[in-house]
Structures are given as structure tokens and as C-alpha cells.
Design a protein around this ligand. Structure first.
Ligand code: ZN
Length: 97
């Protein structure tokens, strides 16, 4: 239960300000910030997920996404690019025979 710092009355968890005196409820604001942080984190994981799917199923697009959005060091990106270029050529040349 959130208690108003100014008037000491109990406030609803969902309220941003105290319904009795209008004082901002810090705890609720922090909760909003937490939710926002979580959202940012999720969108990063979604991008990473998309990046790896692209690398396996459409390597040219995956390599492009890796360099544009990948949160990796340049040396890691170079290694991943080489690995997936080899993977791409192996996948396309190996299937025909
Ligand atoms: Zn109050």
C-alpha cells in the first residue's frame, strides 16, 4: 500500500498523485520508470532475436542487421560475418549436387 508523504493518507497503487492533496507519489513514478526500462530491454531482445533468425535463414540480411543494430564489438562482428558468409556459401553450393 502506498502512503502519501505529504498528508499521510493511503493512496491507490495506480494513482500517480495523491487523491487527497495532489502530492506526486514517488513510488508509483518509479514503477512507471521500471516498466519503461523493461520495455526498452524487450525491444532490444526482439531485435537480437530477429538478427539471429536472419543470419540463419537469410545471411545477407542478417549480416546487414548485425552491422546496423548488433550490440557487439567490431571484432565480434567481423568473425560473425566471416562465419555466416562461409555458412551461406556452404548452404547454397552444397544443396545442388
Ligand atoms: Zn496526500
Amino acid at each position: 500500500m502506498t502512503v502519501c508523504k505529504k498528508c499521510g493518507k493511503e493512496a491507490s497503487q495506480n494513482d500517480l498523485v495523491c487523491e487527497y492533496c495532489g502530492e506526486p507519489l514517488g513510488r508509483t513514478m518509479n514503477y512507471e520508470q521500471e516498466q519503461y526500462k523493461k520495455k526498452v530491454k524487450v525491444s532490444f531482445y526482439e531485435k537480437t532475436w530477429l538478427l539471429w533468425v536472419s543470419l540463419f535463414f537469410l545471411p545477407p540480411l542478417g549480416i546487414f542487421l548485425l552491422w546496423k543494430y548488433g550490440q557487439y564489438k567490431n571484432s565480434t562482428k567481423i568473425i560473425l560475418t566471416i562465419v555466416f558468409l562461409i555458412y551461406m556459401f556452404a548452404a547454397y553450393s552444397g544443396g545442388g549436387a
